[in-house]
Design a protein around this ligand. Structure first.
Ligand code: GLN
Length: 476
């Protein structure tokens, strides 16, 4: 149903003309949530609330009352983003029984513009992962091939849109968690630059990398969501002061962008041939549309993975120290001393991948290793940012693949975490540098598995990036 509309503006027109109703749309999604249970995506469905909000909205439409920018937009949200009065677990045992005490700013702003939340979808535990297999709720299945992973960590955010159970999804992206699952499920995945959207109400993984992002079917919808969510929020001290723009309104302004694309010569042995082929075909088709594209080598790109995993695990080890069984969530009930309580709670409450990262992070921050790892990684971060600032003085966007691999089989890489980390090479770059990035669906392999291509833009250049992405995705 939703795929018959190009973007939300078309749906809104149909709603206003009375061809569809919001209640009808919500019922359609609720039905699809039921029939796609095997994908293992929703952990809570807000059936009554959503139907109630839809009826109120239909009444507003019928009586010609003013409508919010997002009317008709039905959203799922990742189990990392706080929705007041509802459970929130980061897909971890350690947050068992926790209820969100306030709305995340992104959710508050979306609701204020008449969006409706239909349910909470699972993810990798504390957003750590690339396959949505590190979850207390078990793996999520990719609707394009149910034996395969949907990507991660916002895996179920991607599947919820791809399986037509909602219009779009709110996810988070610390190192690719919106863009990579979007690519694996044939969607647009957009992560704004660091400081563009408030992090208030997002469960922290690595605070200097985390950003909310959107999984949508069109660049227009991503632009509209950014327009609503962006802008200063006193609850997040790391926010930028840059004034947000009316992103969705200026997408059609013609632009003659200068695009750089990553030359994959150095990476080609580690890449799936279908992705290489799609990348070259995509570049070719963009050239044919009249876009200028120059190759760049980025011979320092290999450094971003180690730097990313040193810094994010360091931040995670600090952020996750708050889960001690004392204040909220799961508590081991068989401890007799305080130390036992901490140990047993954290041993049972966290999953394997989260523990691995807490240990790694504690190690790189420990006296004696701090200079060699953590501080060195910070220097790499500065250098990477400087190089990219230089690049963006010459170019408007950098084109790269999203992932070197296609969605793999569930369980296939469970014993090889390093190979999974290495596959984040093309997405972590934007987070290391704090820049906006968007993945666009650019094709499928011979078996029909989706493939995406990514654009990264300069700091505070979301408008430009979205405009370019919009132009590249326009159908002739
Ligand atoms: N796959 C990356 C990681 O595991 C990214 C996760 C994310 O963006 N939340 O850290």
């Amino acid at each position: 149903m939703t795929s018959s509309y190009r973007d939300l503006s078309q749906l809104q027109r149909s709603l206003k003309e009375g061809q569809v109703t919001v209640s009808g749309l919500v019922r359609h999604y609720l039905k699809n949530i039921e029939s796609s249970r095997d994908l293992n995506q929703y952990i809570e469905v807000y059936e009554e609330e959503a139907l109630h909000a839809a009826a109120a909205l239909d009444e507003k439409i019928k009586t010609g009352q003013p409508l919010g920018k997002l009317f008709g937009l039905i959203l799922s949200h990742k189990d990392i983003i706080s929705y007041k009065g509802h459970a929130l677990t980061a897909s971890s045992n350690i947050l068992e029984g926790y209820t969100a005490l306030f709305h995340a700013t992104v959710i508050e702003r979306a609701l204020a513009e008449d969006a409706i939340l239909i349910g909470r979808v699972q993810c990798d535990e504390f957003a750590m992962g690339s396959s949505n297999e590190n979850s207390r709720y078990g793996p999520v299945r990719n609707p394009f091939d149910k034996e395969r992973i949907p990507g991660g960590s916002s895996g179920a955010s991607a599947t919820s849109v791809a399986s037509d159970t909602c219009w779009a999804s709110l996810g988070t992206d610390t190192g690719g968690s919106v863009r990579q699952p979007a690519a694996f499920c044939g969607l647009v995945g957009f992560k704004p630059g660091y400081g563009r959207i408030s992090r208030h109400g997002l469960i922290a993984y690595a605070s200097s990398f985390d950003q909310a992002g959107f999984l949508t079917r069109s660049v227009y919808d991503a632009a509209l969501l950014l327009e609503v969510a962006a802008g200063y929020d006193g609850h997040d001290a790391s926010m930028g002061q840059a004034t947000p723009e009316q992103y969705s309104q200026a997408l059609d302004v013609p632009e003659k962008p200068r695009l750089a694309y990553l030359d994959l010569l150095h990476f080609k042995d580690a890449m799936d041939p279908a992705i290489l082929k799609n990348y070259h075909e995509t570049l070719e088709s963009w050239k044919n549309k009249g876009f200028a594209l120059d190759p760049v080598a980025l011979d320092w790109l290999d450094y971003v993975i180690p730097a990313y995993y040193v810094m994010t695990t360091a931040e995670a080890s600090s952020n996750l120290s708050r889960y001690d069984g004392i204040r909220y969530g799961y508590r081991a009930d068989d401890a007799t001393t305080l130390e036992q309580l901490y140990k047993r709670t954290r041993t049972r409450g966290f999953g394997t991948e989260v523990k691995r990262r807490i240990l790694l992070g504690t190690y790189v921050l420990s006296a004696g290793f701090y200079d060699a790892y953590y501080q060195k990684a910070q220097k790499v971060r500065r250098l990477v940012r400087n190089r990219l600032d230089e690049l963006f003085r010459q170019y408007d966007a950098l084109v790269m693949p999203v992932s070197p691999t296609l969605p793999w089989k569930i369980g296939e890489k469970i014993d090889d975490p390093v190979s999974v980390y290495l596959a984040d090479i093309f997405t972590v770059l934007a987070n290391v540098a704090g820049l906006p990035g968007i993945s666009l669906p650019t094709g499928v392999d011979a078996r029909g598995l989706p493939i995406g291509t990514q654009l990264v833009g300069g700091q505070w250049k979301e408008q430009k990036l979205l405009r370019i992405a919009h132009a590249l995705t326009l159908q002739e």
